[in-house]
Design a protein around this ligand. Sequence first.
Ligand code: ADP
Length: 491
Amino acid sequence: MGYNTNKCVKTDHKNRRRVSSISWRLFGALAIFTVLILIVIWIFQVVLLNIFYKKSKLDEFYRAEKEIIETIEDKDDLKKTIYSHSIDSDMCIRVFRVVDGSAKEIVSSRSNSGCVIHNISNDGLSHIYKTAEKNGGRYIRKINSKLNDKQASSTIYASVIENGGNKYVLMFDSDLTPFNATVQTLEMQFGWIMVILIIGALVWALFVSRIICLPMKKMSRSARRLARGDYGEHFEGGGYTEADELADALNFAASELAKSDNLQKELIANISHDLRTPLTMIKGYSEVMRDIPGENSPENVQVIIDESERLSELVNDMLDLSRIKAGTRKPELEVFNLTETIRTVMLRYEKLTERDGYDISFDSDIDVCVNADTSMILQVVYNLINNALNYTGEDKKVRIVQSVNESAVRISVIDTGEGIEEEQLPYIWDRYYKVDKVHKRARVGTGLGLSIVKEILESHGANFGVDSKKGEGSCFWFELGISSFCAENEE
Ligand code: ADP
């Protein structure tokens, strides 16, 4: 089954390639377009030409007929009219007067020797006259004849008219042979034009598709190399806008992939380093205590306990972050006194103040209740204060300030440390991102602190940020909507 599926996929892939080849599509489109244009021209130039030509000939007959009727009583004028039409419109004309049932020619003109109306017998003429009379006075026919072994065709028009009490028969004959020859030449030409244009369309399609496809092919080769992990791959356009834009987009994607690949490598290196350090310490101290008599001291045990704590802190942070990211740890909202909670947190840092000389203060003028997840917000506050303690300046000062406006409370954690460069600011919220890679003090973090802060605050829909300038300390802050102003010491 697996093999079959594979086979199918391969065949599909091949078919897809053949069907969607740009050269063939382009050629197909051009060929169809060419054929359509030729058909339209052929319809007008060959098929409809016959009809147009016939119509224009008939118009000439009618014009001549009208003028003949106007001049029929004056023989000289009549002759002039007939000759001029005969020469101008290349037609043969005969005019008969019907006297006592038989027609007598009064004037005639022939533009060429092949005129049917001049060459047919009297019976033929009489047949035309009678048919015209039967048809209400008009006779129109296309006649094919053979003269001196040459095939000829002409249009015959005859009309029976009454004028001044006399009856006349007018006969016109126009040779169609040159027209037929023209149509034949056009038809032959069309055949050749069609072949030439289709070959031209093929060549043009191949040429254009080469221009379009070549850069595409190059880019797909580069993309394959990129997929194999060659992130240094450079995509080149083809000198036309769309290909250049595609190349730019792919180059951007390649550089982003390279960045994320580096980040991933760095991430793995950081995780393994952070996990390995406490483990090495625990293992080392345990071995020393086991092997060297007298090393089983409370200080050494404390190191093992501290490192185990750090390890579990790291693992907990990793779990927290992945739980929040995966959405399995959702904020459990409850209304609590944020000001009082921070005051309680401050008590826990008292020991640190006494022992290490830190100066930690909390400014608040009113107690504020918020609707949030208490333990999550506590995690945020701890993380921000720990970072501030870790990075504050030589004066070891850290200020926590609560400021309140109508609808929100802002908690700012301010230190006097070296601050963060502007271009580093967007990245400090990323997992394992470290500006200096080295923590200043022993109270090391896990490198996950700010990303946990970010995830928690985002899950609360809270505003947060950092104001920091290199050399001027940092102020990390977050804002929560005020649920109510609560009485002091009420939680
Ligand atoms: P870490 O465990 O490294 O402190 P965090 O996610 O808490 O991890 O912080 C990420 C990085 O942001 C830190 O490595 C540090 O470079 C920078 N940073 C965080 N807080 C401060 C601060 N108060 N002052 C200066 N830099 C800070």
